[in-house]
Ligand binder design. Structure first.
Ligand SMILES: [Mg+2]
Length: 317
């Protein structure tokens, strides 16, 4: 480790975080050592965000620090896991202390809110990119998977859809209106950790919406070997998104935009009391039903049934 790297870690990443126990050895040695509580299992997910690919060049560092953690927390939410630890590998073009100070402020504000402890990582020099490995805890044998949806289950989404996609377009136009709801949902998504935990043992399948509702729901359908029909009139979208789709003359636009980080899940028709609580307490909307016929269909409510199988592709063909 170079002295420059050592001082970055000491100055910006080594913080006293009180919430999370179970970290026997943290930052500063060759490995971290973690105590996984008895009767619990570790849920682990890794995501890389590259400047110019996953976030716009020149993104404000505080919201970037929030977002890199939020998108990883969202994967824990999708499995119903309780956040515990995180490690980070960050590649920086240069040591910019003001940038690092803002980035870590955004990162640790969200980490502390969810009781996540930074247990280690790596810093290198190069084009800006950040890789996060997040670890959460699940009671042994309990988890939300993509593969449990059954014919007749109802399909739900949390929050609203398409706002982050519209926010990305606004960010590209260099809009910095901090009051803009769409822009904020793109820059600072809120991971649905509590909802995920309430869905544990109640939902039959669950996924977080990162690549777009149609792409992510299709993952559930493929993993569960079922199909689905959505009712277009039920899709929860903001008026600004509705207006944007109208301007494009493409009512299906909200289904294909990513970055919402809401949860899409299925619930059996016969609901437990906990599942009823989810429906009553959280901003979730029933949008359709699981069917035996494979594929995803949208009932446009004008006699048209549209088939949708695409979302954001990581690799262009
Ligand atoms: Mg995911």
């Amino acid at each position: 480790m170079s002295s420059a790297e050592f001082s970055i870690i000491e100055q910006f990443f080594r913080r006293t975080q009180h919430q999370q126990s179970g970290c026997a050895v943290g930052i500063g040695d060759d490995c971290a050592i973690l105590d996984v509580p008895e009767n619990m299992q570790l849920a682990v997910s890794t995501d890389t965000l590259v400047e110019g690919v996953h976030f716009l060049s020149g993104t404000e560092p505080k919201s970037l620090g929030h977002k890199v953690l939020a998108v990883n927390l969202s994967d824990l939410a999708a499995m119903g896991a309780k956040p515990a630890w995180v490690s980070m590998a960050i590649t920086l073009p240069s040591i910019n202390k003001e940038w690092l100070s803002k980035f870590t402020a955004g990162f640790f504000a969200l980490a502390n809110r969810h009781g996540v402890k930074l247990i280690g990582g790596d810093t290198t020099q190069g084009p800006l990119s950040i890789t996060i490995s997040i670890m959460g805890l699940l009671p042994v044998g309990q988890r939300l998977l993509r593969s449990g949806a059954k014919v007749g289950d109802d399909i739900y989404v949390s929050g609203t859809i398409g706002g982050a996609g519209l926010g990305l377009l606004k960010a590209k136009q260099a809009s910095d209106n901090s009051e803009d709801v769409d822009l904020q949902s793109y820059l600072k998504p809120i991971p649905k950790i509590k909802l995920g935990q309430k869905l544990l043992n109640n939902a039959s399948a669950c996924i977080d919406i990162s690549d777009g509702l149609s792409a992510d729901l299709n993952h559930i359908l493929k993993a569960s070997a079922v199909g689905a029909k959505l009712d277009h009139d039920l899709l929860p979208i903001n008026e600004s998104v509705r207006e944007h789709a109208r301007q494009l003359d493409d009512e299906l636009w909200p289904y294909s935009t990513g970055d919402d980080y809401e949860l899409c899940f299925t619930l059996p028709k016969k609901l437990s009391e906990e599942a009823m609580d989810v429906i009553n307490d959280d901003s979730v909307t029933k949008i359709g039903v699981i069917e035996s016929e494979l594929g995803l269909r949208i009932d446009m409510k004008n006699g048209q049934l549209v088939s949708l199988d695409k979302g954001y592709e990581h690799f262009e063909k």
